[in-house]
Ligand binder design. Structure first.
Ligand SMILES: [Cu+2]
Length: 287
C-alpha cells in the first residue's frame, strides 16, 4: 500500500521541476523563506542508553542513545529537511564543516552540507576513534582518529553518508547528508528549522529521520514572505489519519502552504534500533 503512496509522491516531485543536479546560481528576485517545526507524533520517549564494550573508563558504562531525540516540548531533533526540485537559487555555502568525537559520540550526530564542502574530522577524546563513512554499501573514507589527528575530506558526492566508529565503539553513529543545492537544513534540539532565500514557487519538502524514515510535505513559497509549517513525524502520527496526526501541514495562514503527505511506511513504524540502511529508502537523491 505504501509503495503506491510513495510512488505517487515521487511522481508529484518529478512533475514539479528539474532534478537538483541541474542547480544553478541565479539572481534571487522575489525569494521567500520557509521555516517550521517538526514535532514527534507520539509521547516523548524515555531516555535510552546503549552498552559500552570498550574504553568504559572514558566513555562510561553506558552512553545515551541519540537516535531519537525529542525535546520537552515535543520537538524532534536531527531531521534533515530538504526542498525538492529547486533548479536555481542562492550560492552554495563553502565553509568547512566539522565532525568531532566528544565523550565517545560523534558531534554533531546529524548535519546537512552541500557537494564540494569539506568536512574536518577530529577527536576531542583521549581515546582512539575512527570515522568509517559509507554511501550505501560503498566506503567513502575510513580514517583512524587519534586525539592529535585532524583530517579534512572533501565531500564530492551527494547522498546520505552513514558514519560509524570501527574500533568496537558499536554505539557511535553520525549522518551527513550532502545535497546538490543549498536548500537543506537539520532541525535543532526543539525541532525547528529555517530555509532562507528560496525562489518563489511550490515545492515539496523531504524530511528524513534516522529512526522514523522519510516523509514529504508540500509548501508554497511566496515572494518576500515567510511560509511557516508544522509537521508531525513518527509515533502515532504515522498511523492515524485525522488531520492533526497524519503530519498534515498546519499553515500559519491557510493560503501559505499546500498539500499533504505520504504516510510513513508501515515498515518504519516499529522504529527499529537502527534506521533503514543508507540508500535503502533513506534520503538518497541518487538515481
Ligand atoms: Cu569511537
Amino acid at each position: 500500500m505504501w509503495h503506491v503512496a510513495f510512488a505517487l509522491a515521487l511522481g508529484i516531485v518529478l512533475a514539479v521541476g528539474p532534478t537538483a543536479s541541474a542547480y544553478e546560481v541565479v539572481d534571487l528576485q522575489g525569494a521567500g523563506s520557509v521555516s517550521g517545526r517538526v514535532r514527534f507524533g507520539g509521547e516523548r520517549p524515555a531516555e535510552a542508553f546503549l552498552p559500552v564494550y570498550k574504553n568504559a573508563d572514558v566513555c562510561g558504562e553506558r552512553v545515551p542513545d541519540g537516535s531519537l531525540r525529542v525535546s520537552e516540548g515535543g520537538g524532534l531533533a536531527g531531521v534533515v529537511v530538504e526542498i525538492l526540485g529547486v533548479a536555481g537559487g542562492k550560492p552554495l555555502p563553502t565553509g568547512v564543516a566539522g565532525l568531532d568525537n566528544v565523550r565517545c559520540a560523534f558531534v554533531p550526530r546529524v548535519q546537512a552540507l552541500v557537494v564540494g564542502q569539506s568536512l574536518e574530522l577530529r577527536n576531542s577524546d583521549p581515546v582512539l576513534h575512527d570515522a568509517h563513512a559509507r554511501l550505501g554499501a560503498r566506503t567513502i573514507f575510513n580514517l583512524g582518529l587519534p586525539s592529535w589527528r585532524r583530517v579534512t575530506h572533501v565531500l564530492s558526492e551527494p547522498g546520505l553518508y552513514a558514519i560509524d566508529c570501527n574500533v568496537l565503539h558499536t554505539w557511535m553513529r553520525a549522518w551527513v547528508f550532502v545535497s546538490e543545492h543549498p536548500y537543506v537544513a537539520v532541525t535543532d534540539h526543539d525541532g525547528r528549522f529555517s530555509l532562507r532565500d528560496v525562489p518563489a514557487g511550490r515545492y515539496r519538502l523531504r524530511l528524513w529521520h534516522e529512526r522514523l524514515g522519510e516523509k514529504r510535505v508540500g509548501v508554497a513559497v511566496e515572494p518576500h514572505r515567510e511560509s511557516e509549517i508544522a509537521v508531525s513525524f513518527g509515533g502515532r502520527g504515522g498511523e492515524k489519519r485525522s488531520p492533526d496526526r497524519t503530519g498534515g501541514v498546519t499553515p500559519r495562514s491557510p493560503d501559505r502552504t499546500v498539500g499533504v503527505i505520504s504516510p510513513i511506511p508501515a515498515r518504519m513504524r516499529g522504529m527499529p534500533p537502527r534506521g533503514p540502511a543508507p540508500g535503502d529508502g533513506g534520503l538518497s537523491p541518487g538515481p
